[in-house]
Ligand binder design. Sequence first.
Ligand SMILES: [Zn+2]
Length: 397
Amino acid sequence: MVSKISAHTIYPVSSSPIENGVIVMDENGKIIAIDTLENHDKTEIEFFDGVIVPGFINAHCHLELSHLNGVAQTGTGLIDFISQVIKNRNHSPEIIQEAIEREEKNMIDSGIVAVGDISNTTDTFAQKRKENLFYYTFVEYFDLFQESNTDNILQQYNAVFNALTETSKNKKSKVPHAPYSVSRKLFNVIASEAKQSVKSKTISIHNQETPPENELFLNKTGDFISFYERIGFDTKDIPKLEKPSVYYALEYLQKENRNLFVHNTLSTKEDIKSAHQKIGKENVFWATCPNANLYIENSLPNYKNFLETNAQVCIGTDSLTSNWQLSILEEMKTILKYQSYVDFETVLTWATVNGAKALGFADSLGTIEIGKTPGLVLIKNMENGKLTNNSKSKKIV
Ligand SMILES: [Zn+2]
């Protein structure tokens, strides 16, 4: 059965917006034609009031933390935030599963079709096996620079990694958590496995999220050192690079992989250019999670740094520990509200095709193009081509 859908404007993302466009699809949602209204019998067309865009890609999430909404206070900074989340992580399996299922459904309803999802545990795997969404699961490793414990850490997270079977809708890789939490010994193991992998992998890493992170690598001083001392951990293996934290990661990330930097709140143009130079611009993606940045640190990245370096930006929601909802449209609203030099079409590219490329799903997702099955999202209540506070997104295909 062929279906035909139309709206006031269609944004294919791969080409210019089409006024009164028509999308023709087969019964699996695969696009077979893109056209305009006058070439079709109106009785065959389902017309939507609003604009239609491709399914959204959530490039960074921690679905397994969905039950922890509201446990962390806002605006305390990253280190206090992490401490609050660790303290509150233990809940019954039923509560955890219920929250995962609920939030997956919320993501689908609001138009998300694929998720780059961090896993420290196997908690989300039962839900991921249902394949309601495309998932790229990043099993995240960190040893807090305790190299005597690195082998145990590897064993612990390898068991998590091995518990998920890879399929076309469930991809996975082993990834470093952040520059401030991964020793050279652990980085080496992760990097050599990523390099040897036959299939091209996406490697995600939290990056430059908070000022103490850069300070740690610039001077080996600051709140991360105090944090390590407070928990009784040795800091001797933390390198003093005299450069910002991203340069530590760049010693190990490689051009054989897609590399996904997450947060980048403090990344300068120079940092971004250095990453492009070292591992190739086409292999580097910059995920921004604006609502989480506002929640934790009360600051946003300077998006001009990314626009002026032609960087491939994508968008994540982070987890419900640091957000009010898991909605890409809400992230887009925040970017456009606080940094109004960015326009709707640019942010739409970040929310769709760039995320699909970052996660290796661009063959089928990210743009409305013939042969793809991107999923279609209706955005209502836009005004003059702009999002408003009242704009809503809903998955229609
Ligand atoms: Zn995160």
